[in-house]
Ligand binder design. Structure first.
Ligand code: XMP
Ligand code: MG
Length: 185
């Protein structure tokens, strides 16, 4: 197809099948981790990149769980972090006494998760854990920020698809890939 966005992809890093299989495994890990916890579990999706991952992961959770979203910005529309993290949209729900599972597309430098965790901790949740689809450990500046449940470690490449964007585009690709260099030109 002439305007198929797949024409802009140079390399597929993770296929749709690999992602879906890993999400089933992550779901099982999460189900086991919260099996004997009577308090409420709330999954907090980090917008916008986490929305597709959150939707697929949610359907693997077997216990009662509620959902909320937080919107954070650090990247603008480019491929490099601006370093300062802004909370654009806060949670709607009170998380006091609840188990919070933050669901994020990727940990890169760790600055975004550091900011979100620091902010949510002050609200006295029962616990805070992090689930990420991707981890780029090579670029971590916040060494103590880690993911409790991570899908895949990836090399230091800017990736798009499955929720991740370049200039707000390519989020709807069902796989994760790298763009052709001419797309950035
Ligand atoms: P930090 O550096 O705060 O970054 O851990 C987390 C946020 O940065 C975005 N990010 C990416 N977005 N492709 C993207 O589309 C990438 O390769 C990439 N690396 C980082 C992402 O929004 C994440 O929430
Ligand atoms: Mg994000």
């Amino acid at each position: 197809m002439k305007n198929d966005l797949r024409n802009d992809i140079e390399e597929i890093i993770l296929t749709e099948e690999q992602i879906q299989k890993r999400i089933e495994e992550l779901g099982a890990e999460i189900n086991a981790a919260y099996a004997d916890k009577p308090e409420e579990l709330i999954m907090v999706g980090v917008l916008r990149g986490g929305f597709i991952f959150m939707a697929d992961l949610a359907r693997q959770i077997k216990r009662q769980v509620t959902f909320d979203f937080i919107d954070v910005s650090s990247y603008g529309t480019g491929t490099e972090s601006s370093g300062s993290v802004r909370i654009i949209k806060d949670l709607e729900e009170d998380i006091k006494g609840k188990h919070v599972l933050i669901v994020e597309d990727i940990i890169d430098t760790g600055l975004t998760l550091k900011k979100v965790i620091e902010m949510l901790k002050t609200r006295e949740p029962a616990s805070i854990k992090v689930c990420t689809l991707l981890d780029k450990p090579a670029r971590r500046t916040e060494k103590h920020i880690t993911s409790d449940f991570n899908g895949f470690e990836i090399p230091d490449k800017f990736v798009v698809g499955y929720g991740l964007d370049y200039a707000e585009k390519y989020r709807n690709l069902p796989f994760i890939g790298v763009l052709k260099p001419e797309v950035y030109a």
